[in-house]
Design a protein around this ligand. Structure first.
Ligand code: NDP
Length: 603
C-alpha cells in the first residue's frame, strides 16, 4: 500500500493489519476454550435459579407423544408446530422456574433484544401481536414467550424447574425413556432437544473465585435482592456498594449504564473491547403498523437474512445497525471506493471492513472524554470477529467520575481475592463482583444440553460423535437416534436472527412428523450414508478452519473456538453456503416428498 493510497482511504491498511495481528496475539491462549471454569461443583451456585421458588412435587410417570426439552423460543416453536402436526400430548420440560429460556435467565437490568423485535419475536402474525418498541425489553419478550405457550396449550403440561438427566431409546417400547432430576419418567415417541446455544454460564479461569468475601453472581442469574431495582434498572441498593463487572461483551454493554448510574463505584474489567454502534430504539409507530399487510412478518425476517447473507434486495425493510453495516460493506465494494475495481474481492471487503471499524473507533472518540480511556475502548479487529453491539449510553458511562475502566491489555483479570479483583498486579477492592463472562460454546453437545442421550444399543451421542465427528442430516437427525430432533446451528444454517433458524427448523421437523402421522409410520432417522454426505459437505464448505463465523485470523472468542484450531475437521460448523441456501434446500427436500436420506419404520 502506497502512502497516497493510504491518504485516499483515510487510514493505513498495512498499519491496521499489523495492529490487528498484535492485538490478536496478545489474547491467544494455548488452553483455548478450556481456559474457563465450568459452573459445577464448588461453583454450581452460580447457576442456581434466583427467579422462582421451585416447590416440591411428586414425580411424574407418563407416556407422551412428544417431549420437548427446553422452554425457550426453540421449545415453544417446536411445541406449537408438533401440535399443529396433530400430536395431542406434547409436554415441555424446562430447567427454569418459568417458560422463556434465555429470556427467563437473562433478566439483568437493561436486557433487550438487539435484533429488531419485529423480526426477532416469533409467531407475531399468528398471535396478532406487535411489540411496543423497535428493540423490545426482556419483560415484554418474556411475556411473549408465555403468550405462545398459552396460545398453543403448552403451559398447563409444562414441567418447570426440572432438568432432564437422560434420554434413552428403548427399542422394545419404540420410545424414548426420559428421566429427570425430580424422579420423573416419561416414555416419549418423539424427543426434541431445544436447549439453546448459550445457556450454560461460564466463569473466567482465574483463581480465588471461591475466596471472595463479598457478593458475587453471574449476569444470567441476576440478584435483585442484592442490587434492588428490576430489569428496567433503578438498582437502588447499590448506592454504597463498589461493584466490579468482569467482561465487556454484549451483556456487559447493556448492564454497565445501569450499574454506572447506581453503584458507589463501578470497575469494568475489560479484556477485549466490544464494537459498539448506534442503537436508536424507538416506540412502534402506529401508522407503520396500520400499513402492514398479511405476510409482512415472514417477509421482513426473510429480507433481513437475505441482506445479511449478501443477497441483494430491492429494499432494506429493517434498515438497522446490522443491515446497514452489511449494506455499507457492499456499497463500498460496489462503488469501487478504495480503488476497489482493480483489487480482488476479498481485499476490497477487508478495506470496507477497516472503514467500518474506523467509524466505530471514531464513535468512541466522540463519546468518551478522556483520550486514554477512549483509546482503550477501541476495538482493533475485524467487524464480525466478535458479536457487534449497539448501545447509545454504554460508551458515555465511562465519562462518569464513579466509573473506572480497568483495561487488562488483553490479558484478563489476574485473580480474585477475599477483597476484590486483581488485574495487572493491582488489587481493586470491591463489595460485589458480577461475572459478565458469557456461556459455554464448543464444549460437547451432551455436556451443554445437560443430559445424556443414549440411542440404539445404548450408545451415547458423545461416543458416536467422538468417533468420527458430528454426524447429522440437516443438523437435526442422527442415525441411531430415531425420532430425536436436535435444534441448533451446528450443521444447520447460521443466522444473526436466531429465531428465524428455530422457526425454519421446527417447520422442517413438523413436516417430517406430519409425514409419519399421515403414513402411519412410527420412527424416522437419518441413514449413515446421508449423514456422512452431509458432514462431508459441511467440512468442504466450512467458512474457516475453526467452525465458527469468526475467521482464524480473528481475535479469539467463541465465534472462532477462542482462536484455536479444532481437534478435527470443522464438523460443528454451520452450513457453509449460508442460511438462505440452507433454508431453500431443506424446504425443497421436505416438499419433494421422496424423503431421501432417512429411513422410516412402522410399529
Ligand atoms: P460473551 O462471551 O460475549 O462475553 C464475555 C466477556 O467476558 C468477554 O468480554 C470476554 O473477553 C470476557 N472475559 C472472559 N474471560 C475473562 C477474563 N479472564 N478476564 C476478563 N474478561 C474476561 O458473553 P455475553 O454474555 O456478553 O454475550 C453472550 C452472547 O449472548 C452474545 O454474543 C450474544 O449472542 C448474546 N447476547 C445477546 C443480547 C441481545 O440480543 N440483546 C444481549 C446479550 C447477549 P474476550 O472478548 O476477550 O473473550
Amino acid at each position: 500500500m502506497t502512502d497516497t493510497a493510504a491518504a485516499d482511504l483515510g487510514f493505513d491498511p498495512d498499519a491496521l493489519r499489523r495492529r490487528y495481528a498484535v492485538e490478536r496475539a496478545k489474547r491467544l491462549r494455548p488452553e483455548g476454550k478450556d481456559q474457563y471454569l465450568e459452573v459445577s461443583g464448588a461453583y454450581a451456585s452460580f447457576a442456581e435459579d434466583r427467579y422462582a421458588e421451585l416447590p416440591e412435587r411428586e414425580p411424574i410417570a407418563q407416556d407422551v407423544d412428544a417431549l420437548v426439552i427446553g422452554g425457550g423460543f426453540g421449545g415453544l416453536l417446536a411445541g406449537a408446530r408438533l401440535r399443529q402436526a396433530g400430536l395431542a400430548n406434547v409436554r415441555l420440560v424446562e430447567k427454569g422456574g418459568r417458560i422463556g429460556g434465555t429470556w427467563y435467565w437473562n433478566q439483568y437490568p437493561g436486557a433487550q433484544c438487539d435484533i429488531e423485535s419485529y423480526i426477532y419475536l416469533p409467531l407475531l402474525e399468528e398471535l396478532g401481536v406487535i411489540p411496543t418498541e423497535r428493540y423490545a425489553r426482556a419483560p415484554e419478550i418474556l411475556a411473549h414467550a408465555q403468550r405462545i405457550a398459552d396460545h398453543y396449550d403448552l403451559t398447563e403440561g409444562a414441567v418447570l424447574g426440572t432438568e432432564v438427566t437422560q434420554a434413552r431409546w428403548a427399542d422394545s417400547e419404540g420410545r424414548w425413556i426420559v428421566t429427570t432430576n425430580r424422579g420423573d419418567r416419561f416414555a416419549a415417541r418423539f424427543v426434541v432437544s431445544a436447549t439453546g446455544p448459550l445457556h450454560r454460564p461460564k466463569l473466567p479461569g482465574v483463581g480465588g473465585i471461591g475466596e471472595f468475601g463479598g457478593h458475587a453472581f453471574h449476569t444470567s442469574r441476576w440478584d435483585y435482592a442484592y442490587t434492588g431495582g428490576g430489569p428496567d434498572g433503578d438498582l437502588d441498593k447499590l448506592d454504597d456498594v463498589r461493584v466490579a463487572v468482569i467482561g465487556t461483551g454484549a451483556t456487559a454493554v447493556q448492564i454497565v449504564p445501569h450499574l454506572g448510574r447506581a453503584a458507589a463505584h463501578l470497575f469494568v474489567f475489560q479484556r477485549t473491547p466490544s464494537s459498539v454502534d448506534v442503537r436508536g430504539n424507538r416506540p412502534t409507530d402506529p401508522a407503520w403498523v396500520a400499513g402492514l399487510r398479511p405476510g409482512w412478518h415472514r417477509e421482513r425476517v426473510r429480507n433481513f437474512n437475505a441482506i445479511l447473507s449478501g443477497v441483494p434486495q430491492e429494499v432494506d425493510l429493517v434498515a438497522d445497525g446490522w443491515t446497514t453495516l452489511v449494506d455499507k460493506l457492499m456499497e463500498i465494494y460496489r462503488n469501487g471506493r478504495a480503488g476497489a475495481l482493480d483489487r480482488p474481492f476479498e481485499e476490497v471487503l477487508e478495506l470496507a471492513n477497516f472503514e467500518k471499524m474506523e467509524e466505530i473507533r471514531a464513535r468512541v472518540d466522540a463519546e468518551v472524554e478522556d483520550p486514554s480511556v477512549a483509546e482503550a475502548l477501541k476495538p482493533y479487529y475485524k467487524m464480525f470477529c466478535k458479536r457487534p453491539c449497539f448501545h447509545d449510553e454504554y460508551l458515555a458511562t465511562f465519562n462518569r467520575s464513579n466509573v473506572t475502566l480497568v483495561d487488562t491489555g488483553g490479558r484478563g483479570v489476574d485473580r480474585i481475592t477475599r477483597d476484590g479483583v486483581v488485574a495487572g498486579g493491582t488489587l481493586h477492592e470491591v463489595d460485589c463482583i458480577i461475572y459478565a463472562t458469557g456461556f459455554e460454546v464448543g464444549t460437547g453437545y451432551e455436556r451443554r444440553a445437560g443430559f445424556q442421550i443414549c440411542g440404539r444399543n445404548g450408545r451415547t451421542l458423545t461416543e458416536k460423535w467422538n468417533d468420527r465427528g458430528m454426524r447429522t442430516l440437516h443438523g437435526m437427525l442422527s442415525a441411531g437416534y430415531p425420532n430425536f430432533f436436535i435444534l441448533g446451528q451446528s450443521q444447520a444454517g447460521w443466522t444473526a436472527n436466531y429465531t428465524q433458524l428455530l422457526d425454519e427448523a421446527t417447520l422442517h421437523m413438523a413436516a417430517i412428523v406430519g409425514h409419519l402421522e399421515a403414513e402411519r409410520l412410527w420412527t424416522v432417522e437419518a441413514t449413515p450414508e446421508a449423514e456422512d454426505a452431509w458432514a462431508d459437505e459441511i467440512v468442504a464448505h466450512a467458512v474457516n478452519g475453526t467452525g465458527g463465523i469468526g475467521g482464524t485470523d480473528c481475535t479469539p472468542g467463541y465465534y472462532n473456538n477462542e482462536g484455536q484450531p479444532l481437534d478435527g475437521p470443522p464438523w460443528i460448523a454451520s452450513y457453509g453456503k449460508g442460511s438462505v441456501e440452507y433454508f431453500r434446500r431443506t424446504k425443497a427436500w421436505r416438499e419433494s416428498g421422496d424423503w431421501q436420506g432417512v429411513t422410516f419404520t412402522t410399529r
